[in-house]
Design a protein around this ligand. Structure first.
Ligand code: WT7
Length: 571
């Protein structure tokens, strides 16, 4: 058992943490009380997450405070106060309404991290519609699967990205409008709108936003979150991110994924913090410049990014004045002890690991400012969340035993449904537990340790990719008969996507073809979900019922024992 602690030295805290005593708060925490104390409600128990994120600050000193600093790819900058974000999102909401968007219609956003993405998201929630986000690396197939399954009525995008949608538009009968935000006409339509809006009074359970995420089998599933999810997001932004009014906060995630929604829009702004959004790509030097220029104090990023920074060395860090930093966090994949130790050397601060999922809607397990960091562990459950390690029947396993990481049902940001797949939704629960699909164990002090996925889901650079999607894309290629896809461990990216491909007879297994297939998936499915490694193979291992046994491909790849093959067809 690894008992390697980072003990926070005297003088570590520049500010008293919002959660000064984890154990006491955890013991006494009540969602009912938090609902009253931390959120703003309309009459009759109605709520709106967007109102809580932005508009409620307008009656306070935060009205003229900067909500959003934006920096673009080419050093363009913009900034918006809470009041400006409020009325811009009102205008967006009014515009959507004028196009006929009603409550619970699905409105999808397919944009890079530019300000209209944020105004759109808030505007959609304000009129009671359901916001969906699409990562800008998505290509035709990924877009089609999501827009079709959700029957999206409106898509908000830009000129460049809209071209990918044009090719599939004829197959999307529900898609009534495509809004192009960089056309002059769009700005004219927005300025015409009233800056006031009647914010939709929602039931806490009403759907607010949805995100497609991958499992082992089948197409991505639409995880739907309700308006009350903001309560979990708000509480964790307060306790785990430890956001204070004096902070300038930078979350490097994209709202195409849940982190960007929960901690770049809802939970972070509901705490009234000033946030930076950078729309450019990763570049170590640029990132340090941003940390310095905006005097970032709280920084939420991902292990792959930390490893990429690490690869560029400490000297580059030291060329910048990063003395504003006070709290560093990461999410998405295991945070290696070396990354924490490097953080300590480079920034004088440890990265705090946090664990959660699209389905959990908010940070569920974390390392807290007020606690020493047990290096390598994900930390302890967030107040109001009960985590456990359980067996297949839903019985709790003892300390030290590996099993399924599960959370007791019922925290506010637990996914509300899987879009049009109620049976699938129910399959996530055993007795009173939500089963995460991750394997983990708990130590004697109550810290959780990540072991791996219980299924074939791939995490590459922190992004979740379903092997089935990649396999389906590969078999679209005329040379391919079938394909099996796995995550292969990788120093930098955590995992890379590796595909085992069976070619049609007569097709030559050349390196050029490997390249062509990679590119094919990139162009067809998504820029981040293509196989970086391809191996041609004569036959895939399958069960007698014909299911590809990726576990065996993986064991072979890693030189591990193959395990139980009783269901395996001859291989
Ligand atoms: C999966 C969820 C919600 C954050 C973004 C990812 C893996 C997440 C950790 C961590 C080890 C982690 C898990 C989880 N994961 N955080 N701290 N240590 N693994 O959300 O795309 O829904 O992925 O990411 O495997 O199940 P997501």
């Amino acid at each position: 058992m690894n008992e390697d602690f980072f003990h926070k030295p005297k003088g570590y805290f520049k500010q008293t943490p919002n959660l000064p005593d984890y154990e006491t708060t955890y013991k006494n925490f009540s969602w009912e009380k938090a609902k009253e104390d931390e959120l703003t409600w309309f009459e009759d128990g109605k709520i709106n997450a967007a109102y809580n994120a932005i508009d409620r600050h307008l009656t306070t000193f935060r009205k003229n405070k900067i909500a959003l600093y934006w920096e673009g790819d080419n050093n363009e900058t913009e900034k918006y106060t809470f009041e400006e974000v409020s009325y811009l999102s009102n205008q967006y909401g009014n515009y959507f309404k004028s196009l006929g968007v009603d409550r619970s219609d699905r409105v999808f956003i397919f944009l890079p991290r530019i300000p209209p993405l944020y105004f759109s998201f808030l505007g959609i929630l304000k009129i009671g519609a359901i916001a969906g986000t699409l990562f800008s690396a998505f290509q035709e197939q990924a877009l089609f699967d999501r827009l079709e399954n959700s029957s999206a009525k409106v898509l908000i995008t830009n000129t460049e990205l809209s071209q990918r949608v044009e090719k599939i538009r004829h197959k999307l009968p529900h898609l009534k409008h495509i809004i192009i935000v960089d056309e002059p006409e769009f700005s004219q339509n927005i300025t015409k709108q009233s800056k006031d809006i009647h914010i939709a009074r929602m039931d806490p359970d009403d759907y607010a936003f949805m995100l497609y995420t991958s499992g082992t089998t089948g197409k991505p599933k639409g995880v739907v979150h309700r308006h009350l999810a903001i309560l979990s997001e708000h509480m964790t932004a307060k306790y785990v991110l430890d956001l204070h009014d004096e902070d300038t906060y930078w979350c490097t995630a994209d709202p195409g994924w849940v982190t960007g929604i929960a901690y770049e829009i809802l939970g972070s702004w509901s705490n009234g913090v000033t946030s930076l959004v950078f729309s450019g790509r990763f570049a170590a030097e640029k990132w340090y410049q941003l940390l310095q220029k905006y005097k970032i104090s709280v920084w939420y990023t991902a292990p792959t990014a930390v490893r990429m920074l690490m690869a560029q060395g400490e000297t580059l860090v030291k060329k910048h004045d990063l003395s504003s930093l006070r709290h560093l966090l990461s999410v998405g994949e295991p945070l290696n002890p070396e990354a924490i130790r490097w953080g300590l050397k480079a920034f004088g601060l440890p990265f705090h690991d946090t664990w959660w999922q699209t389905e959990t809607g908010a940070i569920s397990i974390a390392n807290y400012p007020c606690m020493d960091v047990k290096i390598g562990s994900m930390g302890k459950p967030t107040p109001g969340v009960e985590a456990a390690i359980i067996d297949e029947e839903g019985n709790e396993l003892p300390v030290g035993k590996e099993g399924n990481l599960a959370l007791r049902k019922g925290w506010p940001s637990m996914m509300k449904t899987i879009w049009h797949r109620h049976v699938k939704y129910d399959s996530y629960f055993v007795k009173e537990w939500y089963i995460s699909g991750d394997r983990a164990w708990k130590d004697k002090d109550g810290y959780f340790w990540f072991v791996g996925r219980a299924d074939d889901v791939i995490k590459t650079s922190g992004e979740r990719v379903g092997p089935f999607e990649v396999e389906s894309a590969l078999v679209e290629h005329p040379s391919v008969v079938e394909a099996g896809v796995i995550g292969k461990p990788d120093q930098l990216r955590g995992e890379i996507i590796k595909a085992f491909v069976v070619l049609k007879s007569g097709v030559k297994p050349t390196d050029e073809l490997k390249e062509e297939l990679s590119l094919f998936v990139k162009k067809h499915l998504a820029g981040h979900a293509y196989p970086r490694e391809i191996e041609f193979i004569d036959k895939l291992p399958k069960t007698r019922s014909g299911k590809i046994m990726r576990r065996i491909l993986k064991a072979k790849e890693l030189g591990l024992p193959i395990g139980d093959t009783s269901t395996l067809e001859e291989f």
